[in-house]
Design a protein. Structure first.
Length: 235
């Protein structure tokens, strides 16, 4: 860069930083058809009024549902919460817990467990049929404890990310896959609730702490590089 004017150096630094960020983050510099990154994971949902599902705003390890709550889990491939597949089944507490009467000192949580479709299954995997269950747990139990009561064995990774329910899938945990995408290549970062349920130690972060932390770090590094390039241009 010797011999260039300060303006040229600033332009060069900004361009280099943007290009570096784009390459590291996997974001094309030009728009067009691309393959968007998706993740194969268990998403966590809460049943709402009128038989609707809402993406959970916290993980099952921290949420403490009341008696009569309905939780849903869906195994699928999705990029973030905006395109995540909902559980196939109504969040109908009365129907799911019809044979589980209320009992003092405990609570009931209805669960809808959707193991996904063959298209979402890892190689060689066959998803079990969707099912429902009614968990009777202690009054102060978390959603994760309700799940463990009716859907063992559960499997977690080293960062406490929920990897398997009732032993499915046998292997893998939130792995990245390529999903076809059309139109402008404008991938966006997942929202704070775009999460696989983190069940044991880390209940309110979701997979963005594990699956998407790298993308956030890359963005931070790219921004820092841009700032340094501009500062060098002012000298």
């Amino acid at each position: 860069m010797t011999g260039r004017s300060p303006r040229a150096r600033r332009r060069f630094g900004a361009t280099a930083a943007a290009a570096c960020l784009a390459v590291l983050a996997g974001v094309p510099l030009a728009s067009g058809t691309a393959h968007a990154a998706g993740y194969r994971y268990w998403s966590f949902w809460e049943g709402g009024a009128g038989g609707t599902w809402a993406y959970a705003t916290q993980g099952p390890a921290t949420i403490r549902p009341a008696d009569g709550a309905v939780h849903g889990y869906r195994f699928a491939v999705s990029a973030d919460s905006r395109d995540a597949d909902r559980p196939r089944g109504a969040p109908d507490f009365a129907a799911i817990c019809a044979d589980t009467p209320a009992r003092e000192g405990s609570k009931r949580v209805a669960l809808v467990l959707d193991f996904g479709t063959p298209a979402d299954a890892p190689a060689g995997g066959t998803p079990p049929a969707p099912r429902t269950a009614c968990a009777r747990v202690a009054a102060d139990a978390t959603g994760a404890e309700a799940l463990a009561a009716v859907a063992a064995p559960l499997r977690y990774d080293s960062q406490a990310l929920l990897c398997a329910i009732s032993g499915y899938p046998e292997k893998g945990c939130g792995e990245q896959v390529d999903t076809p995408a059309t139109g402008p290549a404008t991938p966006s970062a997942p929202s704070a609730t775009a999460a696989a349920p983190e069940a044991a130690a880390d209940g309110d972060g979701g997979p963005q702490l594990g699956l998407y932390a790298g993308a956030a770090a890359v963005a931070a590094l790219g921004a820092a590089a841009l700032v340094r390039a501009r500062r060098r241009g002012r000298r």
